[in-house]
Design a protein around this ligand. Structure first.
Ligand SMILES: C[S@@+](CC[C@H](N)C(=O)[O-])C[C@H]1O[C@@H](n2cnc3c(N)ncnc32)[C@H](O)[C@@H]1O
Length: 125
């Protein structure tokens, strides 16, 4: 429990540029507490980009500052929620707000969740 798994790495972009990437938003990770920056792992990234969402996740994402003090661009690190047996899929909660993801035409985007958990809410967003 609490074991470090990996970082979520990618291209550091401003939120306004992330909003323009609505058609290619699969690997966006909104960072920091305020509006500001997003990590986009679509073009560059590491193994963190392959971790799916679950409504009963076994990982959590934690902001980590270690090489600078700027809380608007924290590193995002995944840690284990519990002991994870071998071959169990790793997942975290993407933390989207339902009906808050908007496409370039201003329409609400919906993505159905296939995590398979008993507690699944049915939607990522
Ligand atoms: C960061 S990627 C995760 C890795 C991706 N599945 C892949 O094969 O490269 C995020 C995308 O994976 C898909 N995804 C992740 N978790 C999902 C879930 N629980 N249900 C449905 N799609 C999911 C969605 O398309 C989402 O935008």
């Amino acid at each position: 429990m609490g074991s470090f798994i990996c970082e979520y790495t990618g291209e550091l972009i401003e939120d306004k540029d992330a909003e323009r990437r609505t058609g290619e938003d699969e690997y966006l990770f909104d960072i920091g507490e305020e509006d500001g920056f997003t990590i986009d792992a679509a073009r560059k990234g590491n193994i963190g980009r392959f971790i799916n969402h679950s409504c009963s996740p076994n990982l959590y994402a934690q902001d980590v500052l270690y090489d600078h003090e700027d809380s608007s661009i924290p590193h995002v690190m995944f840690f284990a929620v519990d002991n994870i047996p071998p071959l169990q899929e790793l997942s975290y909660d993407y933390n989207y707000r339902i009906d808050q993801v908007i496409d370039s035409n201003g329409n609400i985007k919906k993505k159905y969740c296939y995590c398979g958990s008993n507690e699944c809410t049915g939607r990522l967003y």
